[in-house]
Write a protein that binds this ligand. Structure first.
Ligand code: PLP
Length: 381
């Protein structure tokens, strides 16, 4: 306890250690691009920087086609529209609410399936029991950027004629054996929100596999316009402006450096926390290029001697601001809790993980001494 109050005094002198910090481009470089935009006076509607960013992202991510969006929620909505998804969609409760909201906004019914401890993603062994004649799609999440079991999911989808839409908001740049996870399924979505590994302030993208689908998506994000006088679908507006596209081009140049720093932080956390009883975390998966977007730990209260919430608030008292992602489960929120599949008995692993998790501070600006403070508070009880 004495040790802890010392740490507290130390951390109170600065602003505290935040869970994340946005990757920001160099302001002078950004200003140069702004001047260019001001000169050209083309500020939105598929401008030059917009086209460049879609190209550059497709190359960086090793995917055939990227369609930019104004956030990471609209590509989810649009993917379901484009694929004419109706009826029931099988999904995970252990995610950010936008995953399930996108199903609801399409007039479909979310059906929650439990997750597996190994990835925190949907458990393939439990999908088939949730399929009914109304099921049309599966929407998994690569939670924390850990790839879910895509081959297993695809097998099930093929057997039952279902579409697969991945909410890959956390999986920017994640690869298995050199292949992007974003190439799996029918479509994958990304979020470029300020809190993500790569941001365009707000932003997102839909990853598609062929030129015809890309064309269709580009219509849908522009009100359904296929030409000056032709509207082919009831589209939405999710066009990215030139300012954000320019910002995104600059951030793309430094994202690898940011990921490299995150990797160092993850290595340091693992080395120190491996010795702490009751604290579980993920190791790197073989052949996977991780993006170190989050560093979740799971607190086993019996073995650790303190509950997750006790540790969470203890960290806060010491100026360390973790986040309980993903707690509470989506299935416990009022719009969804009355669904049959929202019964906690059906979601035992997800419920336990949600009660055990804390995402530790993880970003490119954490100093070695910040990391040490986090480790000290968790290991000195
Ligand atoms: C961030 C996030 C989204 C939504 O992205 P926005 O850009 O904030 O709209 C969707 N799904 C998951 C899993 C996310 O983490």
């Amino acid at each position: 306890m004495k040790k802890n109050s010392e740490i507290q005094q130390k951390t109170m002198r600065n602003e505290g250690i935040k869970v994340t910090s946005p990757l920001l481009p160099d302001l002078n470089e950004f200003t140069e691009l702004l001047k260019d935009i001001w000169n050209r006076k083309w500020i939105t509607n598929n401008g030059q920087y917009h086209q460049q960013l879609e190209q550059a992202l497709a190359e960086y991510l090793k995917v055939p086609f990227v369609s930019l969006f104004t956030n990471g929620t609209l590509p989810l909505l649009t993917a379901l529209q484009a694929l004419n998804i109706t009826g029931e969609i099988i999904t995970t409760p252990y995610s950010f609410v936008a995953t399930t909201h996108s199903i609801w906004w399409n007039g479909c019914q979310p059906v929650f399936v439990d997750v597996e401890e190994e990835t925190c993603g949907i458990d393939p062994d439990k999908i088939e029991a949730a399929i009914t004649p109304r099921t049309t799609a599966i929407m998994p999440v690569h939670c924390y950027g850990h790839p879910v079991k895509m081959n297993r999911i695809q097998e099930i989808a093929d057997r039952h004629g279902l579409k697969v839409i991945y909410d890959a908001a956390h999986a920017f740049g994640v690869e298995i054996d050199g292949e992007s996870v974003l190439n799996a399924g029918n479509m994958s979505t990304l979020s470029f929100h300020a809190t993500k590994v790569y941001n365009t302030l707000e932003g997102g993208a839909l990853i598609v596999h062929d030129a015809e689908t890309k064309r269709q998506i580009d219509y849908l994000k522009n009100f359904g316009f296929a030409g000056e006088t032709e509207v082919v679908a009831p589209g939405i507006n999710s066009k990215v402006d030139e300012v954000r596209a320019a910002y995104g081009l600059l951030n793309l140049k430094q994202v690898n450096t940011a990921i490299a720093r995150r990797k160092k932080v993850a290595e340091r956390y693992r080395e120190a926390l491996r010795e702490v009883p009751g604290i579980r975390f993920f190791d790197d998966m073989p052949n996977v290029r991780h993006n170190y977007s989050y560093f979740p730990i799971f607190v086993d209260a019996k073995k650790y001697g303190m509950t997750r919430d006790q540790l969470y608030f203890r960290m806060q008292e010491s100026g360390i601001y973790g986040r309980r992602y993903f707690y509470p489960l989506i299935s416990t929120f009022s719009p969804y809790r009355n669904l049959k599949s929202a019964n906690p008995q059906n979601l035992q692993v997800a419920t336990r993980l949600a009660d055990e998790v804390i995402c530790l501070p993880m970003h490119h600006e954490l100093s070695d001494s910040d990391v040490l403070k986090v480790i000290e508070v968790i290991s000195e009880m």
